[in-house]
Design a binder for this molecule. Structure first.
Ligand SMILES: C[S@@+](CC[C@H](N)C(=O)[O-])C[C@H]1O[C@@H](n2cnc3c(N)ncnc32)[C@H](O)[C@@H]1O
Ligand code: SF4
Ligand code: SF4
Length: 374
């Protein structure tokens, strides 16, 4: 336990610098990908009833080909690369793939159902330099919809708490078809006990569109937020999930295809996992023109979109354009849930750095110099 804590502390300093670098790069230019999701294998060991992103037969993508894709994403200026799937840990050389991401100074993150985790794999991922893992857990006891259950995964969570040098977050999906909605609260409490963060995803249909939450799920969603989720969860809540939880549309500009890229197992670029086939261009030939076109294109699927990674990148762009409005919206929505809420110091610091245009330019320039961004 002790060794894990020391390594974690040492690592978190480097991770903070990479996060700051990602933020500063996103503030500087609007035409590079903030997040790219890569699919090392489409195959999955499970078959969750709500999911359309897996099969049970695909081979892992050749590692040399994964390296080429990562190198190309680095060339495009990508700041975070996330391995997803299918189940990415079914790729026999996933630590090497993570290592390749980190060799470019890019943040490496992983989304997994956690089943293939062993203590050895956790150590291999530490060595590879993984920054962050998201484990998806849907219920306490397995049911017909999902076997991503606390009862089956708790041992893996304890190993992660003891040995992982990377940050761990647990994501529970709330929505129609997922058994007992109150399980999401139990899962979030367990995450806190283990010193992990907890997030909640809202279930979408096969085109990424909202499947409305009933009243009990709306209440549970808000209870989880009141447990003291980090400011970013509130940012997400304040800026898009609040409306979706209440079944209302959002007005926003989706920059998928530019700020967010989904690279399928065949190496094609798609806007997101739910809009595959658009633009469907090979990553090898993806260019600045493609990034610009996708950034400017208005997408019809925005009002009820629940794809949270893309909303998060949009949040950075909104902050870039109007930091005051974004900070106000985040704090107001938090206060609505909890009138005694006091904004954390980070929010105060961001206000001082970015709300005055002279400060913004000066601190922006200093940050870019310190973080070595050309
Ligand atoms: C497709 S999975 C791939 C990674 C890994 N197999 C896992 O389950 O974490 C990535 C994430 O998408 C979520 N997901 C899949 N289908 C979804 C849906 N219809 N609505 C919302 N989230 C979904 C999963 O719960 C998981 O957190
Ligand atoms: S574990 Fe992940 S990829 Fe596999 S079926 Fe479930 S959500 Fe889909
Ligand atoms: S709005 Fe963007 S992220 Fe959402 S489904 Fe459409 S293309 Fe995907």
């Amino acid at each position: 336990m002790m060794v894990g804590r020391i390594v974690k502390k040492k690592r978190s300093g480097g991770r903070r610098v990479r996060e700051a670098r990602m933020f500063a790069t996103a503030m500087k230019s609007a035409y590079h990908p903030v997040v790219a999701q890569i699919i090392p294998t489409r195959r999955c060991n499970l078959s969750c009833s709500y999911c359309n992103e897996y099969d049970d037969f695909s081979d892992p993508v050749d590692t040399a080909e994964m390296f080429r894709r990562i190198d190309k994403l680095a060339e495009l200026g990508t700041t975070i690369i996330t391995a997803s799937g299918g189940e990415p840990l079914l790729h026999p050389e996933l630590p090497a793939i993570i290592g390749r991401v980190r060799s470019h100074g890019i943040m490496a993150t992983l989304i997994t159902n956690g089943f293939p985790l062993t203590r050895k794999i956790i150590r291999d991922l530490n060595r590879a330099g993984l920054d962050y893992v998201q484990i998806s857990i849907d219920n306490v006891i397995p049911d017909g919809a999902s076997r991503k259950s606390l009862s089956l995964l708790d041992q893996k969570l304890q190993w992660l708490a003891e040995d992982a040098a990377f940050q761990v977050s647990i994501n529970a999906v709330l929505g129609e078809g997922i058994g007992n909605p109150a399980d999401a609260l139990t899962i979030a409490r367990r995450a806190r006990e283990l010193d992990f963060t907890a997030t909640v995803g809202i279930i979408h249909d096969h085109r990424g569109q909202l499947r409305p939450l009933d009243e009990s799920r709306q209440r549970i969603y808000k209870d989880i937020l009141r447990m003291g989720a980090p400011i970013f969860s509130f940012a997400q809540y304040g800026l898009f999930q609040k409306n979706l939880v209440d079944g209302l549309p959002n007005q926003w500009h989706c920059r998928a295809g530019c700020r967010y890229l989904y690279i399928c197992e065949e190496g094609l670029v798609h806007r997101c996992s739910q809009q595959r086939g658009i633009p469907g261009i090979s990553l090898g030939s993806y260019s600045r023109n493609d990034l610009e076109r996708e950034s400017e294109t208005a997408k019809k699927c925005t009002p009820f979109c629940t794809v949270s990674c893309v909303h998060q990148t949009a949040l950075l762009d909104r902050f870039r354009e109007n930091p005051k409005a974004v900070l106000d919206q985040i704090t107001d929505s938090r206060k609505e849930l909890d009138p005694s809420f006091k904004p954390p110091r980070l929010v105060g610091l961001l206000r001082r750095l970015f709300l005055n245009s002279r400060n913004r330019k000066l601190f922006g320039r200093i940050a870019l110099r310190i973080l070595n961004i050309p």
